[in-house]
Design a protein around this ligand. Structure first.
Ligand code: ATP
Ligand code: MN
Length: 477
């Protein structure tokens, strides 16, 4: 007999039939009630065991974490907390989990402890919920783009250009570190390296995606990107997944519309598909909040926050306006910010972004028209000669979730910019070709997938929303 997923058993459509379920024991209460979970849903199925029917030796093996199979009749449950349960006739233990050794016991574990056991933390309710939400969000990303005429573009992971300028890179090499080939000047001779040149892991697929947008019209990437930034924050990973749509003929306003519509779609889709998981995570967050001092508590629950994002327009504000607001803000005047804003042109730190979103506007904010000096070379210069057509989307609790821009499509302007920033023009020959041949206005953005998962799950540390986080000094598993 084939087994049925617990998510399907719980619908009750097999009532009074013989069913088989397989999964891992959450708890075994009073030697009578097994709470069984197979990962298909946050909900367990209760399996009722008749003590006299099974040898004590067998029941002793039914510990938290053990993998088992049960066969029995699906009946209506008289107990509170579930509609149906399995009256067990047959019980098989695939693998025990010795309670003296198995780390995931039915009690509250700290997130730090669970990170050290990232291979087992997925067996907790919390991580099951987070990772199902993550999976659903990924699907929604593809669905949104595929339903809207975008083509999925796979950017290379190993890149030969180090001009992207989005952050520090990881080198990719097959050179023998104990015997590095040198040039006559004593430098490392990358001509002898695998690709005959110096290569790195990509920090962004954007430049390559632009070439595809210039032929397919609308494309998106969704893949891993890498940054060797030594920033040990709760929002940065060394390996993270980025979504980067790139659209021919879109200007900055179209770009903002796309980003807002996209984010709302994936949040709405996930709210519908992962209702039980989000209710669980909502409750988890409320419990966390209770431990915080009153002043730091959020005035919205997770579900309220998600719905708030769906129901409200993102506030669009220029960098210049934002700087004015920040300059006159209380924390700036009282020197509460670590970085004081005293003039136009400074890069905004996450404390400033969060002030704008959480204290001033109290909704997601899109900042646009940033100073050219603090943004990448490929962003389109405005008429004022000072600002570029950049946009960042800032979210409550997170800060920057999206960074994007209208791209500089004018060949001469772009070349001048590249030169003035000291970037090697030769290296970008293929990128510049897109401006030489059939150039057109186009725009795109990068959304850090884990930051989106953070927002939707209400988690606060980015290490808890990716299966096996890579951060400075940490690449276990
Ligand atoms: P930040 O200022 O937060 O470090 P950034 O400006 O360097 O981000 P971009 O280069 O604009 O980031 O990348 C686009 C998006 O990728 C960001 O908006 C963010 O969502 C995400 N992102 C960037 N760096 C990281 C990282 N190290 N870990 C996880 N997500 C990241
Ligand atoms: Mn950015």
């Amino acid at each position: 007999m084939k087994h049925t997923k617990i998510v399907d058993l719980l619908t009750g459509k097999n009532l009074l039939h013989e069913v088989k379920a397989k999964g891992w024991v959450k708890t075994f209460r009073n030697n009578q009630f097994i709470a069984l979970n197979d990962g298909s849903t946050i909900n367990n199925i209760q399996c009722v065991v008749d003590l006299d029917k099974f040898p004590a030796e067998l029941l002793k093996k039914v510990n938290t974490g053990a993998a088992i199979s049960v066969t029995g009749t699906l009946i209506e449950s008289k107990g509170a907390g579930q509609n149906v349960e399995i009256q067990v006739n047959k019980l098989k233990v695939y693998g025990e989990a010795n309670p003296e050794e198995y780390p995931i016991q039915p009690k509250k574990h700290s997130l730090e402890f669970l990170r050290e056991n990232a291979h087992l933390r997925i067996r907790t309710n919390m991580f099951g919920a987070i990772m199902r939400v993550r999976s659903t969000l990924s699907y929604a990303v593809h669905k949104y783009f595929q339903d809207n005429g975008f083509f999925y573009f796979n950017a290379p992971i190993i890149t030969g250009s180090d001009a992207e300028g989005a952050g520090e890179m990881f080198r990719v090499t097959s050179l023998d570190f104990d015997n590095v080939p040198r040039t006559e000047e004593g430098k490392v001779n990358f001509k002898e390296d695998f690709f005959g040149k110096s290569t790195n892991l990509t920090v962004s697929g954007q430049l390559e995606a632009e070439t595809y947008a210039m032929a397919l019209g609308s494309v998106y990437t969704f893949g891993p990107t890498f940054r060797a930034e030594n920033s040990n924050t709760s929002r940065h990973l060394a390996e993270f997944w980025m979504i980067e749509p790139e659209v021919a003929f879109n200007d900055l306003d179209d770009n903002m519309d796309l980003a807002e519509d996209f984010i709302k779609y994936v949040v709405r889709y996930t709210l519908e598909k992962c209702h039980d998981d989000l209710v669980f995570l909502d409750k988890r967050l409320q419990d966390e909040e209770k431990n915080k001092p009153q002043a730091e508590r959020s005035d919205m629950s997770l579900l309220e926050k998600l719905n708030f994002v769906l129901e409200n327009n993102f506030k669009r504000v220029s960098y210049t306006e934002a700087v004015d607001i920040l300059r006159n803000s209380k924390p700036n005047k009282n020197k509460k910010f670590k970085y004081i804003i005293d003039g136009w042109g400074a890069d905004l730190q996450s404390e400033h972004e969060r002030y704008l979103v959480e204290k001033h506007f109290k909704c997601p904010v899109i900042l646009f028209d940033y100073p050219a000096e603090i943004k990448a070379f490929y962003m389109r210069m405005n008429e004022d000669g000072k600002t570029v057509r950049a946009m960042d989307i800032l979210f409550p609790g997170i800060g920057e979730i999206v960074g994007g821009s209208q791209r500089e499509e004018r060949y001469d302007v772009l070349v001048d910019k590249i030169k003035s920033m000291g970037i090697d023009e030769e290296e970008l020959w293929w990128y510049l070709d897109t401006r030489k041949f059939g150039t057109a206005p186009h725009s795109g953005f990068g959304l850090g997938f884990e930051r989106l998962v953070l927002f939707v799950t209400g988690m606060t540390n980015i290490r808890d929303v990716i299966p096996f986080p890579r951060t400075p000094q940490s690449a276990e598993f």
